[in-house]
Write a protein that binds this ligand. Sequence first.
Ligand code: SF4
Ligand code: SF4
Length: 474
Amino acid sequence: MGCHRQTDPSRTGLTSLERLIGMDTESAPRAIAESCTSNHMWPSPHQSLQMGQWVKLICGASYQDMPTVRRLVMLYALAGVDCVDVAADSAIVAAARQGLEDAQRLASWSAADEALPGERHARLVSSDPWLMVSLNDCEDPHFRKAHFDAAHCPPDCDRPCEDICPTAAIQFQAPQAGSVATNLCYGCGRCIAVCPIGNIAARPYLASPETFSTHQLGQIDAVEIHTQTGHQSQFERLWQRLQPWRPHLKLVSISCPDHDQVVPYLWDLYRLIAPLEVPLIWQTDGRPMSGDLGKGTTHATIRLAQKILDAGLPGHVQAAGGTNGYTVDKLTALNLVNRASSTVGANGVAAGVDPNSRPESRRADAGHRSLPLDHSDVGPTISGIAYGSYGRSQVLPLLDAIDQELQPWLGNGSPDQWINGQTRSRPCPGAIAPGSNPPWCHLDRSALGHGLALAQQLVGQLKPNRHFLPTRYG
Ligand code: SF4
Ligand code: SF4
């Protein structure tokens, strides 16, 4: 697919790919994507955990805007995350799967693009992140929706609720005529705090694992259970309900906020779920949903990560809740980042990490801790980091423009295809304007390139050896 192609890429591009690898239209994109990714220098998600370079994007346990989730997942998959964490909602899982497929398609098309002499090309690379869904065993701020009755609002209220909402979930058509768009609300609570008359409340809910069919469970790689100290019986009940999930899972994560009894509580949970045949993550949920508020929000998760590391719990420790662009620097300053794994071999894997290790082999890994690979006298280090509100806020303003650029190439698609168990095997036959180039051919000028650069800047803090956008960084 050449950068100056003026015809429908959904046909010409694939014909070209078919000729290139002698495959039919159905298998060509996936095959090229696989060959592209199998030869790249990226560790698998499991290897990233072992190397201490695991990065997760949190789309929001309650965030249910499908188009945004699809684009966020696509962007961060191209930027190299190991995992995307979404709401336990089959439509959202479908949208995330589409985002992952979009990333693979863009990567395969850019890889197959034939450079004109002297032209500088992008070579997008897409990894295959794991798809995680989040569940809760008790009332939790991540699992709630704001609501209010606008009839009770003073007509002269300045509507600070509307201004402060990071997702524009609060919408007014006129004074005293407004509401919360529940699919956009992820429960951050900022509107509740600013309402001068206390008119906004939150409705908590329990995410239900039973909403997924057996087929849909096959599309979910990992599960995260949000719990709190003292809720062992609720956790145990949820763990039992997850029995049908376990054969499908590649990883289990337990997310817990700080508490003076958090360490004995997590040990109790560990004894309850052990032995576990897949990797286990302890997500240290510092200050939930706050990373976009400022520099200082990251301290709580760092303190908690240090506490859990010191406790020596079997499993990996991953920071979240208030993480932002300052977090890795602060963790590094405290020797909590495994910089020994920055030396990566020709196979793309740090010394000391088994390049063939796969959790799919059911190798017992739950007892592994993230230890510095050079076995120096520094203490244990975190295995990874998760970005939620900060990661989203970095690219959200660009998503509409990215959507417009990609519309002719990827279209809007329909999550129903994922829900019904079919993948969309043909590109969208979009109308390509004469003379238009695909956005990956001019990343330095496109919204896609801008968004990728921002996402990569964040993801790359813990993955210093990865180069994603050769036109800009190579
Ligand atoms: S400010 Fe937060 S809690 Fe309030 S509506 Fe917006 S996303 Fe929901
Ligand atoms: S801040 Fe409170 S009173 Fe004012 S418009 Fe919003 S919900 Fe109504």
